[in-house]
Design a protein around this ligand. Sequence first.
Ligand code: GDP
Ligand code: GDP
Length: 448
Amino acid sequence: MSLSAKSLPVVVIAGRPNVGKSTLFNRLAGRRYAIVSDQPGVTRDRKSVDIMLQNRAVTLMDTAGWEEDDPQTVFGRMRESSERAVDCADVIIFCVDARAGITPVDEHFAQWLRKQGRKIVLVANKAEGHAGNIAALEMYSFGLGEPIPVSAEHGEGMVDLVDAVLERLPEETPLDFSEDEEESDRPLRLAIVGRPNAGKSTLINQLLGEQRVITGPEAGLTRDSIAVLLKDDVGEVELVDTAGLRRKARIDETLEKMSVSASIEALKMAEVVVLVIDAELGVHEQDLQIARLVEREGRCCVIALNKWDILENRDEVRQNIKDRIEMSLSQMNGIAVVSFSALTGRGVHKLLPAVRRAYEIWNKRIPTGALNRWFEEALTRHAPPMVDGRRLKIRYITQAKARPPTFILFGTRTSKLPMDYQRYLVNGMRATFDMPGTPIRLQFRDSK
Ligand code: GDP
Ligand code: GDP
């Protein structure tokens, strides 16, 4: 299996123009660190390359690609050009020119970077012969840890830099990919969300097989709760934020509002979200609001149609609800819908298998070869449209990560790609690689 058959951790070099990012990129990508696979059309403009850092394979990315101009706009443009790369970065090498010293742009950028919640290696470049020691001291004030003095041009400090990057990389995952490779020793984290009275507490009780949570017709009746661990023959599932679920509504907070805000909290902690809908009442705007949140947060979702016991026209109801959700949320295309009665327990056994299946899809990684074969075909069948009278070029696609599946498109002006073409690609991937109902993210990397 080639190293790029699964996505590698991404290391991004960022900083203002002229600090030496390209020089550093070349230094790291140079002969000292063997290039293990180069990506056609990507390496040519030196934007991204798979390299070995000691014994770890990573994708190295440069964020350069524009010239310094009006200092007023520098920060904004830096941010713009870095944002996407930073989004998919596992580690950011933040490069400062130690000879020039810290500029306001560096400071701004550091502040912004700190908020991105990524691992950062602070680098004082151009520090050959101990030049820039003073600037390096100033750099502590960024609050980004200890700056590493290097000279990209002379190759000094590279060992320290590589060590610092390696320390911050995510745990290595085995090269031969299996679906549950990530944190497989930890139980899957599940949130059960939905409007008040949809039957969430009843469902949890049913799943637990014991009356641990008090339910009742008045929403918000239930007691503060306990971390809940579900076990079945396949494994364990942790129910997250059951407390948020049963927090009483404050007087100034409507129940409607509360169930959305409780859902947001639960979502943050969960991997899979079960959205419980009272099938008798059908899909409410608020259900869609919660589903949109699930999509925005990139979680995977299973729709649970509850109170199936009191329904007569079941097929019709199921179809209506599914249509309504898929129509409002394109990313939910093909989403798993499970129907049951939480009260009687009938059908509830279908829920956890559906949850596990959704989780698998959400974790899916597509081998680069298969992805590219599909991609070429997709582009041939339907060329990317003209934008402003010019053709848009997409050269290459790669999966940056899973959870949710996230893909980067490399090319020219790819960020201008119209939404309907993006949807065409996403739906194509969904169908070809069997990924129903999971959010699929596209990111763009443009070269000039
Ligand atoms: P970028 O715009 O951030 O990509 O910066 P470049 O890599 O193009 O470098 C800008 C300038 O700094 C070039 O003239 C480089 O030769 C110079 N430079 C880069 N690294 C070093 C270094 O370690 N020491 C010195 N003295 N100059 C460097
Ligand atoms: P929560 O607010 O979402 O936690 O909803 P609860 O679990 O407290 O349920 C609200 C009401 O719906 C209670 O009166 C439940 O007995 C009732 N309920 C829950 N599940 C079902 C079901 O499957 N069938 C029927 N008929 N009623 C249910």
